[in-house]
Each structure stands twice: as structure tokens, then as C-alpha cells.
Design a protein around this ligand. Sequence first.
Ligand SMILES: *[C@@H]1O[C@H](CO)[C@@H](O)[C@H](O)[C@H]1NC(C)=O
Ligand SMILES: *[C@@H]1O[C@H](CO)[C@@H](O)[C@H](O)[C@H]1NC(C)=O
Ligand SMILES: *[C@@H]1O[C@H](CO)[C@@H](O)[C@H](O)[C@H]1NC(C)=O
Ligand SMILES: *[C@@H]1O[C@H](CO)[C@@H](O)[C@H](O)[C@H]1NC(C)=O
Ligand SMILES: [Ca+2]
Ligand SMILES: [Ca+2]
Length: 358
Amino acid sequence: MDSKSPFIFLTFFFVGSLVALALHIYFFSPISPQILHVPPSSLVKSFDTHLQEVTKLGEGLVKDPEDVCVDKHGILYTASRDGWIKRLHKNGSLEDWKWVNSSSLLGMTSIASGGLVICDTEEGLLKVDEDGITTLLSQFNGSKLWFADDVTEGKDGSLYFSIASTKFGLHNWYLDLLEAKPHGQLLKYNPQTNETTLLLDNLFFANGVALSADERYLLVCETFKFRCLKYWLQGELKGKTEVFIEDLPGGPDNINLAPDGSFWIALLQLTCKGMEFVHTSKIAKHLLATFPRMMNIVQGQHQRATVIKVSEDGKVLKRFDDPEGKVISFVTSAVEYDGNLYLGSLHANFVGKLPIDH
Ligand SMILES: *[C@@H]1O[C@H](CO)[C@@H](O)[C@H](O)[C@H]1NC(C)=O
Ligand SMILES: *[C@@H]1O[C@H](CO)[C@@H](O)[C@H](O)[C@H]1NC(C)=O
Ligand SMILES: *[C@@H]1O[C@H](CO)[C@@H](O)[C@H](O)[C@H]1NC(C)=O
Ligand SMILES: *[C@@H]1O[C@H](CO)[C@@H](O)[C@H](O)[C@H]1NC(C)=O
Ligand SMILES: [Ca+2]
Ligand SMILES: [Ca+2]
């Protein structure tokens, strides 16, 4: 036998494997990606450690509470991944309040008439009150409402809510990130007339929504664009959109009005250190989308927690971090109530509580 044969065989083997891999990716990649710009500020390490001082409420009794809200009586609510809506009374007792047959509950808000409205990424908008669970809205424009992400209520009872992606679902949200194209929407639902209107389309993963104190405008976070938009509801700019804050040091998730009229925004670290190149390489994006298990190497949300307080004119007033995610990570929501910040997280078995100085 020729001594070169094994070498030739190996060469053919490797070239053949590469061609097969390329074809596989070409035919099976579920995305048609574009390049994503990641702001340099999101790559800078923070040295603030305030979030390491959180108290853990309900530790072991809640699972991945994405959002929290407080009602007019000061009762704190959160949705656990097991479907339980838990509430924390002022005396400190945690109650299993209502059970929703769902593992896909995200943003929530307490409503003036009592109870809550919650986004279920599979079902749409749910109302939860003493009488039980009702589906408020499950369709829009003749198709099923998928991936409702966050909701807030206006004084007239209107519900403003976001659809993170009309293309990918909750369990494939990283595909939306890799594709880096705008599939998000901002909508308004009027419960009196059952009318739903589209306010904004083509958003980059529409996430948290918050009304200003005077309800003259609505803010919506675009997670994969590292910015929040301001949508005018009243005045001469009504119907117009402008950038509220951009180049954020993380992807904005929930946003909540603070008692002083500013806003708390939770920021996600979307990629772990050293892996940022995947957002600028279409080949890397296709490879990850075709072999999704590899996303575990790339994702960075569990490595940090960051919340910022932003003034009405879009200036960062405060920033709190757990820079390595030692005590809390993947913080998705920050709600200020009565001198404390309550923190939701998709990587925690508790709700965080942090006293804040004024
Ligand atoms: C706390 O308050 C709730 C609601 O009023 C009540 O149901 C519960 O029994 C109280 N728990 C304690 C330990 O006092
Ligand atoms: C919950 O929903 C699942 C799927 O929709 C269904 O199979 C199951 O019977 C439901 N469980 C209860 C207790 O209603
Ligand atoms: C509603 O659906 C129709 C038909 O699919 C489409 O042409 C139209 O743009 C949609 N409208 C909105 C507001 O999404
Ligand atoms: C809105 O929808 C609900 C439930 O589908 C129905 O009971 C109610 O009559 C509707 N209201 C209007 C104004 O269409
Ligand atoms: Ca929210
Ligand atoms: Ca969210």
C-alpha cells in the first residue's frame, strides 16, 4: 500500500466533513441574520457591588420570577415558573395566591379595578383576580398572539403591551438575538371596546413598557438594540417616536416608573466576555442557530446583574451591579416601592430586596 494513502484519505475525510457541515448549516439554519452592533459600554466591567447586598425574599419558594409588581395596598406580586402567582403581604408572609396553568408568564402589572394583568407568551394577556384567571386577549388581527412580554395600564384602563418577537417564541428567543432583525411590536388594548391597535412595529425585541407619571408618553425597551424608545401619547408630538436612551451597557428588559417620576431599567448582559464576535459574524450566527446547544457557551445573562435609574430626560442617575452575578444575576426587573427596590430575575429562587438611599 502506498504510504501516502492514509494522508489522502484523511484529507478527503476532513474536506468532506467540512462540506457536509456547510451544507447542513446552509439548509438547516433557522435564521437569516444581520450584524448586531454591541455598544462598547456593555463590555466594560463594573466595580459597583450594591446588588450583592440584596435580601432574598421567599428564597426557595419562587422560581425565576421575571417581573414583580405592587398593588395599591402595598402587596407585592410575582409569577413563579411553576405557574403560581405568589404574593408577599406587608407582614412578610408569602402566599400562594392563584395558580395559572402556564410556565411562560412574563411581565405583569397591577390594575386599578383590582388584581393583575400578566403576559403569557403562549396565551396572550391574562387577568388574575380574586375570581380566578380570565384570558383578556389571545388574538390580534386574526392571528394568535404570541410572545406578549410586558404590559402596563393607563388611567383610562387602556393596556399597553409589547410583543417581543412575531417570528420566534420564548424558548427560541436567542434565535431572535442571533438574527438581529426587528420582529417586535408595541400595542394598545382597550378592554371597554375589545379593540387592539398597533402603535409601533419593527422593534428589536420589544420588552419592558412603562408610562410616564403624567401619561404623556410611553417607553418601550428594545433589548437587542440596547435602547429604549419614547412614544408620545399626548400633545403636539402625539403618535411620534424618539429615542429615550441608547447605547445602554446591557440589553434593557423591564422598565418601571419610580415614585419620583424617573425610571428603573434592568439590563441584561447578552453575551459572555470574549464571545462578542458572534454578533458580528454571520457564519458564527448560523453555526449557533443550527446547533443551539452551543448557545450555552455564548450566553452571559447569568454572569452579571445591572439596574439603572434614568431621569425623565434620559440621563443615568444611578447604577447598581452584581458584577459577577455572585448573589443575584440575570436581573430582569426593578420596582421601587416605599424606599426599597424589588428585583425579579430569570436565574433566582427568590425576589431581591434592596433598601435604597435618597
Ligand atoms: C399576614 O397578612 C395576611 C393578609 O392580611 C394574612 O392572611 C396572614 O395570616 C398574615 N400572616 C401573619 C404571619 O400574620
Ligand atoms: C394544563 O395544561 C395542559 C396543556 O395545555 C393540560 O394538558 C393539563 O391538563 C392542564 N392541567 C390542568 C390541571 O388543568
Ligand atoms: C393584519 O393582517 C393583514 C393580513 O394578514 C395585513 O395585511 C395587515 O398589515 C395586518 N395589520 C396589522 C395592523 O398588523
Ligand atoms: C369584548 O369581549 C368579551 C369577551 O369576548 C365580550 O363578553 C364583550 O361583550 C366584548 N365587548 C365588546 C364591546 O365588544
Ligand atoms: Ca413590567
Ligand atoms: Ca421581559
